[in-house]
Design a protein around this ligand. Structure first.
Ligand code: ACO
Ligand code: ZN
Length: 175
């Protein structure tokens, strides 16, 4: 653990041979790099204010991986959704994985696993009941990753994506 621009950091050394990768909180200056990765690696794009609102409201679980030149090579962002229960006055909190991506040259090094592990610990502090996410049914890579973190498919959201592809709605109960 260290301090970087007042944020919590984790040293994540030598996962890429001799190139150190650092996992830390996203800052305003990093947003451009995050958006660039999203546009390159995922078909779902969001407007700038959407990233900014996640940064403002859920900064502790908006994490990035940076290389030794402080270039963003991966990110993860979550938000908390408060869902009223149908049969009581209780509110259930869900940690919703909004988006995760790692640039191609840095894949299969454990960066996504590190981003997920750290951010799930952070979002859990918001007293959520479960972690939830949607993933394209064709995205075996991501589905494999989520299964490793004990997510399981709760249902299918038909034609969830703009191009008509279905999504698995995956859930992981908080213990
Ligand atoms: N084939 C099969 N399984 C894979 C692959 C692959 N090519 N790559 C990763 N995995 C699975 C494996 O289970 C792997 O564990 P292992 O290495 O012990 O076998 C596990 O994922 C973790 O691997 P990491 O190295 O931590 O993953 P990486 O840093 O490469 O990032 C990611 C994975 C984020 C899915 C990356 O491939 C990516 O950016 N893809 C494009 C963007 C994307 O699809 N994001 C998810 C969309 S859904 C959403 O955001 C809610
Ligand atoms: Zn979603």
């Amino acid at each position: 653990m260290g301090t970087d621009k007042g944020t919590k950091t984790i040293d994540f050394n030598n996962i890429n041979g001799n190139k150190p990768i650092l996992i830390r909180r996203c800052t305003l200056e990093d947003l451009e790099g995050v958006i660039e990765i999203n546009e390159k690696e995922l078909p779902e794009d969001y407007p700038y204010f959407f990233y900014k609102s996640i940064l403002d409201n859920f900064n502790e679980s908006f994490l990035i991986a940076v290389d030794s030149n402080n270039i963003v090579v991966g990110y993860i962002m979550w938000r908390v959704e408060k869902i009223p229960a149908i049969d009581s006055l209780k509110i259930s909190n869900k940690g919703h994985l909004v988006s995760i991506a790692v640039v191609k040259g840095f894949r299969r090094l454990g960066i996504a696993k590190a981003l997920l592990t750290q951010s799930m610990q952070e979002i859990k502090k918001r007293l959520i009941d479960e972690f939830v996410l949607e993933v394209r049914v064709s995205n075996y890579t991501a589905i494999n990753l989520y299964k490793k973190f004990n997510f399981s498919t709760q249902n299918i959201k038909y034609k969830y994506y703009r191009d008509g592809e279905n999504a698995y709605f995956m859930v992981c109960k908080v213990k």
